[in-house]
Design a protein around this ligand. Sequence first.
Ligand code: CUA
Length: 330
Amino acid sequence: MPPIVRSPRPFVVVGALVASAVLTQPALAGNGGFAPVPPESPNANGIHQSYVFISIFCFAIFLLVEGLLIGFVIRYRRRKRPRHADGAQIHGATRLELAWTLGPVLILFVIAAFVFAKLPSIQNVPSASAGTSNLVVDVTGTQFTWQFRYPNGVVAFDTMRAPVGRTVELHVTAPDWDVIHSWWIPALAGKIDAIPGRLNKTWFQAKRTGVFQGQCAELCGIFHAKMLASVEVMPADEFDTWLEQQRQQQDAGTGPLGEEMWNATCAKCHGPTGEGDYGPKIAGTALVTDPEAVEQVIRNGFGTMPPVGRDWTDDEMTAITTYLKENLGG
Ligand code: CUA
């Protein structure tokens, strides 16, 4: 039987292609969380460019494959051929086979070359330019809190503050008794794992002031979803003032540290006012009025509660126990 050959109706193919382009449009427009957030740091910019570059190939391949699929379905449909008769049998097309082998190899090579060219600007921490130094912040992930430590000893939880335009180097880890977390502020850089016993480094250099949201990106336990993080980027002088003020307040045992620790570490399990949630009710109990007992629980854990504050300094311990006594003592 001779092969049945008739051109597909062009409008059908074109219509299908247009429809698929329209359907994927929302993804390209950036709404609905499909497209990445606008990059606000040079390394995030490199990641964004790689994303766009690879997406162009993906989209073109999608159109090609779906277009051919639809075209072939139409062109080689059964028509009046008897139901059990085979269609045309075609063997060997050397040039076509070479093309579909070499084409993908070439595409993968181009993508790899582009990404490897971008990688240094994504990964390498820029060295400090004259007159400025990189700000180093130690980032520790614990169930279910992000803890930040600045060079002058100031500590903060869940919200990091940083000066605009200056390179901030992040030394990311998790305590030995904890699990793996992943630090990720999409606008400022890619993910970096917080692994017990290991120090991973990443960085950002925020282009503008503002608050950039992020989220622990490694499933780390029941409140993984509550392990949010944000970076508040502020003018350099404002940041310096804030950092110095924090130092004085934390040394003196005044200021908002206790409340910050409560919200970041205790309230996620015990409820916003200690009324009980996943963890038991602690508001109004005898425990919260006894700083030494609280410290025991925080340093050693209790039942399913992890030792959230095993390595907290005495100042931090005082801040949280004082907060508990004054605000939840009943
Ligand atoms: Cu920490 Cu998920």
